[in-house]
Design a protein around this ligand. Sequence first.
Ligand SMILES: NC(=O)C1=CN([C@@H]2O[C@H](COP(=O)(O)OP(=O)(O)OC[C@H]3O[C@@H](n4cnc5c(N)ncnc54)[C@H](OP(=O)(O)O)[C@@H]3O)[C@@H](O)[C@H]2O)C=CC1
Ligand SMILES: O=C(O)C1=N[C@H](C(=O)O)C[C@H](O)C1
Length: 266
Amino acid sequence: MSKIRVVVAGPRGKMGSEALRMIRKDDSLELVACLDRKNSGKKVSEVEDLPSFDVYIYDDVVECFQAVDADVLVDLTTPEVGYIHTKAAIEHGVRPVVGTTGFTKEQLEELTKLAEEKGIGAVIAPNFAVGAVLMMQFSKWAAKYFPDVEIIERHHDQKLDAPSGTAIKTAELIQEVRESKKQGHPDEKETLPGARGADVDGMRIHSVRLPGLIAHQEVVFGSSGQNLTIKHDTFHRESFMSGVKLAIDQVVKLDILVYGLENLLD
Ligand SMILES: NC(=O)C1=CN([C@@H]2O[C@H](COP(=O)(O)OP(=O)(O)OC[C@H]3O[C@@H](n4cnc5c(N)ncnc54)[C@H](OP(=O)(O)O)[C@@H]3O)[C@@H](O)[C@H]2O)C=CC1
Ligand SMILES: O=C(O)C1=N[C@H](C(=O)O)C[C@H](O)C1
């Protein structure tokens, strides 16, 4: 069977470098190029701390897709550039697997429509860790019985987007089963703006950013006389890689955009 030819965007990043290590170990995948705003024209092997892949780095996404034959783009960059890469990939027939978070609802809708028009598979997954996907699914189930819910997400202090993609996806899944409901006292007032967190249909999301953290989320449900807490912790970014691999294997068989890894799990 031929290998899946992969471009990685963001190879020097925390997630991108982990993805390169995963590809190095996997015989079914072949790295054909990287997209990076630094080191354009160099080979990956010439960049300090990166694995010794004999492939070129590009800073321009279109130039990259014109120069190499690629099946899949794995994007692990920033919301702004990730959106540009994803759109260009779909337009050039390269299937995107996107871990980058922080896309707007409008951008997700636009990319979904574009993928459908072009008949190109795409996966956008706010969280590739199977444990986090289960935490979101369990939360959706719990929300049927516990409509009062607050999401507390904790991340490292280098994170650009707040709330996290995982927290937004969790709230969206809960919204599917929960009627819109204002929580807390009807007359409550914030004496410091933001004290009650972000408001999604009355449920609250709180974002903590601290050095030492990686990615953590608690979904706390309250009801008379009882609380239920569903919690997931990420201690190493390797935990995301089996999900990235699953998405790469599946996206080559898709002809629509799928939002969330849960849609690819049995
Ligand atoms: N779906 C999931 O399971 C997960 C998703 N994420 C998401 O993945 C993304 C990356 O996270 P993380 O690796 O921690 O972040 P990092 O900041 O470590 O890496 C981002 C990389 O993108 C690069 N970059 C920035 N601008 C450009 C550009 N114009 N062209 C090409 N590359 C660029 C950065 O380069 P430079 O150093 O020059 O700034 C950096 O190397 C985030 O959106 C995060 O939320 C993270 C973990 C898990
Ligand atoms: O930036 C991160 O680190 C993470 N981002 C994703 C998110 O926004 O949910 C996934 C995970 O939480 C790590």
